[in-house]
Design a protein around this ligand. Structure first.
Ligand SMILES: *[C@@H]1O[C@H](CO)[C@@H](O)[C@H](O)[C@H]1NC(C)=O
Ligand SMILES: *[C@@H]1O[C@H](CO)[C@@H](O)[C@H](O)[C@H]1NC(C)=O
Ligand SMILES: *[C@@H]1O[C@H](CO)[C@@H](O)[C@H](O)[C@H]1NC(C)=O
Ligand SMILES: *[C@@H]1O[C@H](CO)[C@@H](O)[C@H](O)[C@H]1NC(C)=O
Ligand SMILES: *[C@@H]1O[C@H](CO)[C@@H](O)[C@H](O)[C@H]1NC(C)=O
Ligand SMILES: *[C@@H]1O[C@H](CO)[C@@H](O)[C@H](O)[C@H]1NC(C)=O
Ligand SMILES: *[C@@H]1O[C@H](CO)[C@@H](O)[C@H](O)[C@H]1NC(C)=O
Ligand SMILES: *[C@@H]1O[C@H](CO)[C@@H](O)[C@H](O)[C@H]1NC(C)=O
Ligand SMILES: *[C@@H]1O[C@H](CO)[C@@H](O)[C@H](O)[C@H]1NC(C)=O
Ligand SMILES: *[C@@H]1O[C@H](CO)[C@@H](O)[C@H](O)[C@H]1NC(C)=O
Ligand SMILES: [Cu+2]
Length: 563
């Protein structure tokens, strides 16, 4: 009897261990809940996943499928987006609220199925509802199928480096004030590295993120720009960075003293601990790259520290600060972007395209009652693509499309700017500033090669826009300043080893051209500066099904969140 009990306990235990291992690999649980955090000498509650800020890092192998069950134990609606994951045929788990799903309401949960395919290296996840992503975000590291299978020196250690922004004010209050005022949002009070402002800010020295390295070893930094509203320069004192990946795709190794990373972008960088003793301590540092005149930004610098193992004077040596490019140094910013090259062969030929969309991306204004808003001359600030300021619908576009529900969205997103004017003009007539409000999508044929030319304008203010496309990575054929010239500019396109990314930084007062192959379903396209997303610099691409079963969108999971 006793023996039999022992055997059954043993069996139960091994079953439990088996299930546990299985759970570690494929099933994850995200509890979205408030937790108390102290930064910049003040304590406040922030929304987190599992109480962690930044949230947990997900480790997967290339081409895995995993499940993340998200329980909303917070006070706000929430959705999670798996940024950079192409999710072939499965837009149901992509995440943007009212685009592919209704939000998960407080007390409810949703089981996301995340299908990895081409992605390798660093991508990330973040909330895609209101402004929750300020604190609800984390890295996803896609490892090669076999541990040794890197196209570069095997790293000794892999380290997520997540750049972010911290507000002393509650982020929902920041959002509410921003929307009500009609002006620009209040600036963040600090930039952060792995959730810490660093010791150049008050009350931050103890917790500053520190990376201990061993002389002679190589470290793989998995970098994410999770900041809400700022493009960032990043550099490490006395150490070069070797960029080997961007946006979940390998690049040819590129050695640089600094990198530039836009919200929504990721970089994989090798760091060689190659400083000979006596070592110093070395800051890694980040601050804003911004070109908008009259748009305030926080001009402070966040830091973390690199220190060498075995040094006994560690805590007394003050760290060396790297020099960072000047905050409006567009030349240096684009010199970096321009140097990135894909390592992998092209996935489709780039000599031709089937569909072209030429879209302006503009900052706009709406009239405001009695001119009492905080935009220029009392107006309300807005943003648009091809003069349409995107209005979020009340049920998801994906659901409306799949179930043929009419009246939720239109299919008239224009292929060209509705009006041609000098997009770079310096005194444009004021009537051009006011866009149309609508929910317009663009329908695309299955398997077509789509070219999008983003054209910045000087309406209200010109600035750089990191444009992000869900569901695809795209090749960046070219970019330049001024008005796009359809005869001349394509002659200088790179068609050989151009970068393969999911977020393109369109330069201030300039343009950029991307191409992707439309192989699956309903995808959001938007500026990854959060204020521009809120203002409507967005649209949606619906790619029709192909003829064969394996070219069709998967059916919805049984329990989608309800509106
Ligand atoms: C930038 O951050 C610093 C440090 O937290 C803060 O004192 C300052 O007010 C912020 N600047 C702006 C323009 O918001
Ligand atoms: C890094 O090194 C310092 C000094 O030796 C030590 O106090 C600290 O615990 C180490 N940190 C980690 C994460 O190993
Ligand atoms: C860091 O680099 C500077 C400039 O190249 C050099 O003068 C200094 O000695 C280096 N310091 C350490 C501790 O490696
Ligand atoms: C930002 O900081 C840099 C370096 O500290 C300084 O040179 C520059 O004048 C500052 N710019 C603004 C707009 O405050
Ligand atoms: C950068 O800012 C400085 C002053 O802060 C200004 O003199 C300069 O013209 C700016 N450069 C560009 C390219 O806007
Ligand atoms: C707007 O202006 C009108 C007329 O000047 C005034 O009667 C009205 O009270 C104002 N409304 C608000 C909300 O201030
Ligand atoms: C504000 O109004 C003045 C006077 O009508 C006009 O000259 C100026 O261009 C306006 N500015 C903006 C940004 O609307
Ligand atoms: C945008 O559309 C509005 C409303 O139709 C129009 O008044 C405005 O001139 C248009 N602006 C541009 C730049 O097309
Ligand atoms: C689907 O089949 C139709 C009829 O045979 C054909 O015209 C069309 O090109 C096919 N579509 C795709 C995307 O292959
Ligand atoms: C939360 O989502 C539901 C369903 O779409 C919606 O009715 C409700 O207004 C949302 N709540 C907030 C605060 O946005
Ligand atoms: Cu933008």
């Amino acid at each position: 009897m006793l023996l039999r009990n022992k055997i059954s306990v043993f069996l139960l235990l091994s079953l439990a261990i088996f299930i546990h291992c299985e759970a570690l690999r494929r099933h994850h649980k995200f509890f979205v809940k408030e937790a108390s955090y102290t930064r910049l000498c003040e304590t406040k509650d922030i929304l987190t996943v599992n109480g962690q800020f930044p949230g947990p890092t997900l480790h997967v192998r290339k081409e895995d499928t995993i499940y993340v069950k998200v329980h909303n134990n917070g006070r706000y609606n929430i959705t999670i987006h798996w940024h950079g994951v192409k999710q072939p045929r499965n837009p149901w788990s992509d995440g943007p609220e009212y685009i592919t799903q209704c939000p998960i309401q407080p007390g409810h949960s949703f089981n996301y199925k995340i299908i990895f395919s081409l992605e390798i290296g660093t991508i990330w996840w973040h909330a895609h509802s209101d402004w929750s992503r300020a604190t609800v975000h984390g890295a996803i590291i896609v490892h090669p199928k076999s541990r040794t299978n890197y196209p570069f020196s095997m790293p000794h250690e892999e380290v997520p480096i997540i750049l972010g922004e911290w507000w002393k004010e509650d982020i929902m209050t920041v959002l509410q004030e921003f929307v009500e005022s009609g002006g620009t949002p209040r600036d963040s009070d600090a930039y952060t590295i792995n959730g810490q402002p660093g010791d150049l800010y008050p009350c931050s020295s103890e917790e500053t993120f520190k990376l201990n390295v061993t002389y002679g070893k190589i470290y793989l930094l998995h970098m994410v720009n999770a900041a809400m509203n700022e493009i960032l320069f990043f550099s490490i004192a006395n150490h070069s960075l070797i960029v080997v990946g961007a946006d979940g795709s390998y690049t040819k190794p590129l050695t640089k003293e600094y990198v530039l990373i836009s919200p929504g972008q990721t970089l994989d960088c090798l760091l060689e601990a190659n400083q000979v003793p006596p070592h110093g301590r070395y800051y890694m540092a980040t601050r804003a790259y911004t070109t908008a005149t009259n748009t305030p930004f926080n001009n402070t610098t966040t830091t973390a520290i690199i220190q060498y193992n075995g040094d006994d004077y560690i805590s007394t040596t003050s760290p060396i600060l790297p020099s960072l490019p000047y905050y409006n140094d567009t030349t240096t910013a684009f010199e970096f972007i321009n140097s990135l090259r894909t390592l992998d062969p092209l996935l489709f030929p780039l000599d031709t395209h089937d569909t072209q969309i030429y879209s302006t991306i503009s900052i706009n204004t709406f009239p405001c009652r009695n001119n009492t808003c905080d935009g220029p001359n009392g107006t309300r600030l807005a943003a648009s693509m091809n003069n349409i300021s995107f209005v979020s619908p009340s049920i998801s576009i994906l659901k409306a499309y799949y179930n043929h529900i009419t009246g939720i969205f239109g299919t008239n997103f224009p292929s060209n700017p509705p009006l041609y004017y000098n997009f770079m003009g310096s005194n444009l007539p004021l009537f051009l500033q006011t866009p149309e409000r609508a929910t317009e999508v663009r329908v695309i044929e299955y398997n077509s090669i789509v070219e999008v030319v983003f054209q910045g304008t000087t309406l209200v203010v010109g600035l750089d826009h990191p444009m992000h496309l869900h569901g695809f990575s795209f090749y960046i054929l070219g970019w330049g300043f001024g008005n796009f010239d359809p005869c001349k500019n394509p002659l200088s396109y790179n068609r050989v080893d151009l970068p393969f990314r999911n977020t393109v930084l369109v330069p201030i007062n300039g343009w950029a051209t991307i191409r992707f192959k439309a192989i699956n379903s309903v995808w959001f396209m938007h500026c990854h500066l959060e204020r521009h997303l809120t203002w409507g610099m967005n649209t949606v691409f619906i790619v029709k099904d192909g003829n064969r079963t394996e070219e069709r969108m998967l059916p919805p999971p049984r329990k989608m969140p309800m509106c």
